[in-house]
Design a protein around this ligand. Sequence first.
Ligand code: SIN
Length: 509
Amino acid sequence: MKKNYDVLIIGTGIAGLTCAIKLAENKDLDIALVTRGQKPEESNTYWAQGGIIYIQDDDKLIDDDIQSASRNTSFDKAVDVLVNESSPILREILFNKAKTEFTKNEDGSLSFTQEAAHSFPRILFNADATGKAIEMSLLNYLASLSNVSIFTKTTAIDLIAPSHHGATIHQRYEESKIVGAYLFDQENKKVLKVIAKKTVLATGGVNALYLHHTNGLGARGDGHAMVRRAGGQVSNMEFIQFHPTTFFGPVAQKRFLISEAVRGEGAKLLNPNGERFMKRYHKDLELAPRDVVSDAIMSEMIENKWDSVFLDITHESEEHLKQRFPTIFNHLIEHKINMSKDLIPVVPAAHYTCGGVKVDLHGRSTIKDLYAVGEVACTGLHGENRLASTSLLEGLTFGYKAAVDIQENIKESNFYTSEKIKDWVTSNEEIDMSLINQDKMIIKHTMWNYVGIKKSRNRLLRAQAMMRELNIQIQKFYRNAELRDELIGLRNSVEITQMIIHACLLNEG
Ligand code: SIN
């Protein structure tokens, strides 16, 4: 890896890749994309099943659907951007450049599906592996661009913010900017100091902090924690979205998603008594907003001491289900469940981070020269509860808009002098992996049990005290230990737990 890049993008999901593709049109720009993953496709985008909204000109209901899913807490200007700007971006990037394949009808027209809280089918999909189709097509297109380099197994440790010796606090705040990042090269166990004119965070959400979640292991809040340490703002962190239907199977932590599109196509939720219980909770039944369905399932389970509820799509034929939901069908068959004949046991799990690094409508964070796009960012679009299948579209739209903004402003930026930045000081105390694993499990259990779907002030206060103490221990340990990706993640995770708990306590409503 070189020492300087015009733009450093951290994260390789839809937002980071779209940003790189748009930036790369300017052949004078040298762009680095880094990921902590072993392969570039290791991102939450890859695992997205449902789809991506494609807003047509005659769609007059999308604003209302976004607002009603979030109970009118979505930031209207961010909604306007999505509604007015996303479709040309989707056509340019996915249809024309990446040539992403979406499922079509027999006559060759695009097929649209429906998910909860949508007024009608407006979601493009590729069977039940839409994210994989998008991710792989974007990476494939990127491989043809000579001015973007991708580095895997490279973990961002901290953003580089030059210090201002002798400056007042006010001056420091006014002059603060990001000039790159310290990156950990996992293979060579070295810390690289990479200087960039603009840095873009596309590191994803925080849901892997919960015991049960649908995300990749990288969803541990690296971007959020780096921004807080650099003095930037992070907002709405109490709005963690729980997906109502994940497979209640033997792998307890990373839960397998049973896409909302399955309910969109008619699956009913039944409790172990065979009752269609959503009738007691919401007029839209299984297609009520996601948080309402998750909450209803948890109430059923807690009140009756049930381990799970069930999804029933047995009215559909095996042939149809194999073709429409091949990933889900095959996964369930491995667990001896044939979804055309058997009920599917399901439970909610942490799924999406609606809050994040505070950004404006161009993806600019509150610190100069630092952008955040995709799930790590909070544009305000999702408010307190995200409408299904808006996340890929948000990542695409704001990844693109950040690239346009960078292109317009980068001429005014120079590289910061690397010599003025301290080299990373390495420590070499061997780390005990069992301590790291135990700390991770304490975080996951605490977040799931005390900061999960059902919260109370007492639980939050208990969690706050526990995480404060654990943070002290982990920070001590971090200072002396040899670096590893897991340790970097652990330090970030414990810092994020406190942000979430604090935000929950401030907004108990
Ligand atoms: C799903 O397929 O249910 C997930 C879609 C989303 O999170 O928007």
